[in-house]
Structure formats: structure tokens, C-alpha cells
Design a protein around this ligand. Structure first.
Ligand code: DOR
Ligand code: ZN
Length: 333
């Protein structure tokens, strides 16, 4: 069996810097027409200058002009002039609560202080991408953040807001309450519950933020994605860490799914007999919500099993050693 998809997009991707960037950027560029690149570098991407330098580094590392990096800035209080300067060079601004995940120490500590910048973003129509977790009990963090999503969506009704990597059934309700809100869903959150992470022997390579939740939450996410919700977008949150940072005391959060994401999604949608809906999830919904039109790139896949390698360089991928029933066989640019 064959399947092809035009301009697949990964709407949430960590590419890192230096050697890691060189390793992982080509893997995303091989399967995707574009990706939203996260700004949580060691020194966050929070100025026009850092943004330009990082964009160039990503383009050079990807080495493929059929791959468009959609760049983001790290949220901080910005002036109108700063926002006007970067506006045409970014797809949005990513907000992290301070210290909530990898390299987010410079994030927001006081949500009462963000209104001015968010109002400017609404005026300039710069989307706000949000890592929505409180610093409460780990299984309740996303639920506890919902009040902030509701406050943002209601106070800034013309601001496009993206709830990143959602994991709970309750979060889905917000999509029905507010037309200016969309959500990304990862591959791993479409497959895992907390049991897969810590129910047996602990699996550091499945440890990520937000942590995978309950069977009820998993089912709700699957139902929403496979029924084709028009404001749910695929975002892998592929987040590479070298093996030594995962297999240690104090394991880093992040699942490296970039090289398996597209073939595994095809397998999952095929198993649900929903291949006809995959293009909406992996590109059409994102193009509509963000108003973007990625360049031409058609990815052809075939149902031909392959075994996921144990490692790509220093990084162990999601589904390492497992068989995936579909593989990418050709790219037309
Ligand atoms: O698991 C995660 N890893 N969640 C995030 O939000 C950040 C990411 C990373 O940068 O490693
Ligand atoms: Zn992320």
C-alpha cells in the first residue's frame, strides 16, 4: 500500500544548537516541509539578533531548501518596537512558565505582569504559543493551568493562542469554548499513559513534560485527533537529549521522535482506518490556523516494515528497536 502527503508540518520541534542541531535538523528536514522551532536554547532566543543567527544556523544545519523553519521568540516583556521588528521573521512567541521544563528558567514567574506584551501581540497579530503547566502536583499541572488559558482566550479574543502538547481530556474543552485557541498534540501523547513511563521498570526515554497522563486522557486525545478536530495540529515536541543526560540520576525531560513521527502517524491513522484525515492533522489545520503556505514537498510512504535504530548519533529515538509498518520511500520537491 502507498500513501502520499503534501507539505507535512511539525508545529512544535526542538532542534537545539551546535552538534545536536547538526545531528537532528536533517532528520526533520528529510520528512517535513517545515517545522515550528522552539526558542529554549541555553541562552533563550529573545532578541532579533539571536533570532537571525539561530535561523541561519538551522537553515545551514538542515541543508535542504524544501524545509522551512518557522521561528519563535522566547516570551519576555517586549516593547512595541521590538515586536514590530521581529514580526515578519517569526511565527509566534513561545511562553514558558519559569522553570517548568528544560531551559525555561527565564520564563514567566508572574502571569499578572504579562498583559501589556500580550496585548501588543494581539494588536500585531503575533500568535502566542504556550507551555501550559502550573508548578503544582505533576499530574494536575495542565488542569491547574486551564484558568490561565481561559483568561488569555477571553481577554485577548483576537489573539491566536496555541496550547502546546496537550495531554488531558479537560484541555480539549477549551477548544470548543474559544475559536481563537488551537492545540498541538504529540505522537507520544497519542500513544502513552503514565503506566508506560513508570508503571513497570522506569523508562527514561519516555519521560517528558508534560508527563503522559491517564488512560481516560489518552482516549480523549485519540478520539479528538482521529475524529479530525479542525484546530488540533500535529506538533512532535521532539526534544533530543544525549543518552547520558537521559540514562542518569536526574533524567532530562524529552522524547526524541523526529525520525519516526511521520511513518508512525501513518501507521496509527491507517490502523484506525482514518488515513483520509491525516493531512488535516499534519498540515491543513496548521496552514489554516497560522495562515501559512509551506513550499512544495510531497512525501511518499509505503507499507513496508523497518526497525527503528537504537540510536541516531548520541540520541536514542522514540520506539528504538521497534518495528514501524510504514516508511518514507520518496520525496518530491
Ligand atoms: O519534555 C520536554 N522537553 N518538554 C518540554 O517542554 C521541553 C522539552 C525540551 O526542551 O527538552
Ligand atoms: Zn517543547
Amino acid at each position: 500500500m502507498q500513501f502520499m502527503i503534501d507539505a507535512p508540518l511539525d508545529m512544535h520541534l526542538h532542534l537545539r544548537e551546535a552538534e545536536m542541531l547538526q545531528l537532528v535538523a536533517p532528520l526533520s528536514a528529510a520528512h517535513f516541509a517545515g517545522a515550528v522551532v522552539m526558542p529554549n536554547l541555553l541562552s533563550p532566543v529573545d532578541s532579533h539578533q539571536k533570532l537571525s543567527a539561530y535561523r541561519q544556523a538551522v537553515v545551514d544545519a538542515a541543508g535542504d531548501d524544501s524545509f522551512t523553519p518557522y521561528m519563535t521568540l522566547f516570551f519576555r516583556p517586549y516593547t512595541k518596537t521590538e515586536l514590530e521588528t521581529v514580526r515578519d521573521h517569526i511565527i509566534g512567541i513561545k511562553l514558558y512558565p519559569a522553570g517548568i521544563t528544560t531551559q525555561s528558567e527565564a520564563g514567566v514567574a508572574d502571569f499578572e505582569a504579562i498583559g501589556e506584551t500580550v496585548a501588543l501581540m494581539e494588536e500585531l497579530q503575533i500568535p502566542l504559543l504556550v507551555h501550559g503547566e502550573s508548578n503544582g502536583f505533576v499530574m494536575e499541572r495542565e488542569r491547574e493551568f486551564l484558568a490561565i488559558y481561559r483568561w488569555l482566550a477571553k481577554s485577548f479574543p483576537r489573539l491566536p493562542i496555541i496550547m502546546e502538547h496537550i495531554t488531558t481530556a479537560d484541555t480539549l474543552d477549551i477548544l470548543d469554548e474559544f475559536p481563537n485557541v488551537a492545540a498541538t498534540v504529540t505522537l507520544h501523547h497519542l500513544m502513552l499513559t503514565l503506566d508506560d513511563v513508570v508503571g513497570g521498570l522506569m523508562q527514561p526515554h519516555l519521560f517528558c513534560k508534560p508527563i503522559a497522563k491517564t488512560p481516560h486522557d489518552l482516549q480523549a486525545l485519540q478520539t479528538a485527533v482521529f475524529s479530525g478536530h479542525p484546530r488540533i495540529l500535529f506538533g512532535s515536541d521532539s526534544a533530543p537529549h544525549p543518552t547520558h543526560a537521559k540514562e542518569c540520576c536526574g533524567c532530562a525531560a524529552g522524547v526524541f521522535s523526529a525520525p519516526v513521527a511521520l511513518p508512525k502517524l501513518v501507521e496509527l491513522f491507517a490502523a484506525e482506518d482514518r488515513l483520509d484525515m491525516l493531512a488535516d492533522f499534519v498540515t491543513n489545520n496548521a496552514q489554516r490556523f497560522y495562515g501559512i503556505s509551506p513550499g512544495p514537498k510531497t512525501v511518499h510512504l509505503q507499507s513496508k516494515a523497518w526497525t527503528v535504530p537504537q540510536a541516531y548519533g548520541t540520541v536514542r529515538p522514540f520506539l528504538a528497536g521497534e518495528k514501524i509498518q510504514w516508511q518514507v520511500t520518496a520525496i518530491e520537491k
